[in-house]
Write a protein that binds this ligand. Sequence first.
Ligand code: KG4
Ligand code: ZN
Length: 347
Amino acid sequence: MADPIILGIESSCDETGIGIVQGTTLLAHQVATSVDEHARFGGVVPEIASRAHLESFVPTLERALAESNLDASEIDAIAVTGGPGLIGALLVGSSGAKALAWSLDKPIYAVNHLVAHVTVDELEHGPLPEPMIALLVSGGHTSLMRVGNVVDDVETVGTTLDDAVGEAFDKVARLLDLPFPGGPSIDRAAQDGDPNAIAFPRALTAAKDQVSHRFDFSFSGLKTAVARWVEDRQRQGLDLPVADIAASFQQAAVDVLMIKTFDACEHYGIRDLQIGGGVAANSALRASVEERAAEAGVSVRVPSPHLCTDNGAMVAALGSKLARSGKPANSLDFAVRSSLPVSRVVL
Ligand code: KG4
Ligand code: ZN
């Protein structure tokens, strides 16, 4: 029997994503973003995001159906982000998803956004290795996970104690007057800079941190160190070497991510690594992980940048996995949850 066709809906932050997946084959991948509307505020404004989802939902759905050459009646199940994320934004996506599921009389899965970021890799690189270590790096999350299988065995082994790594990129970009979202801006600016120009701190990597925070992260001190360095320079009336600051900050952030991730691979004796989330689009991170993986004998999988940032295909990929594993669907009265732990793969 053919695998079921799953329509996935993502609306947890500032992207309205609709993807269609059958098995591990991507049939449609459409994203509308409200990023430009948030730019002048230097961060995502929840009310603006919710309204933008409302406006983009139907046009994005129509584009996805057109791309796949499918009629809505041919969809076998709906998957939607149930959390974590901005509550208003989640409510818009889940309301649309429930309306679709009800009118088409199809099952609905309310899935974990973070686990979806991990699962999307199957669309490009085939079934995920089991077990594996997964590093999720995004604007809202920095998590190291041990994944037995994405359907029902995901465990957080480390997380950020303060800012997410993407958030640090966004805040440092603001300090340097680079446009929002900060990650791509820093990545671009860093191309012309020297990553060793300024020695920014690598938090929680000292021997004393190995006891209680071996796999945890902290990025707020790094952001503050950049702010202090910039203030100091400005006080002296000197120009800011933006490219060097961007490159040195980026290297510090990437180094910490790599140290912890490969330490986790070693500690758990796991030789497969998957990296996902918006920051996985970072060119320094991608280069560094390839290099370290080769040294450590770890095989690493990173989705293409367009699947790393928020999208509906990742939600459909997880929905597809759940449906193929025979997991029960949710009832239509589920409530989205703005903070959902990764251990809850489905609401
Ligand atoms: O996964 P994502 O699209 O949304 C969340 O779930 O948060 O991640 C967005 C984050 C933002 O902080 C953005 O600045 C960062 O990913 N990002 C990057 C790059 N592209 C996006 N960070 C570093 N380098 C990039 N090239
Ligand atoms: Zn995300």
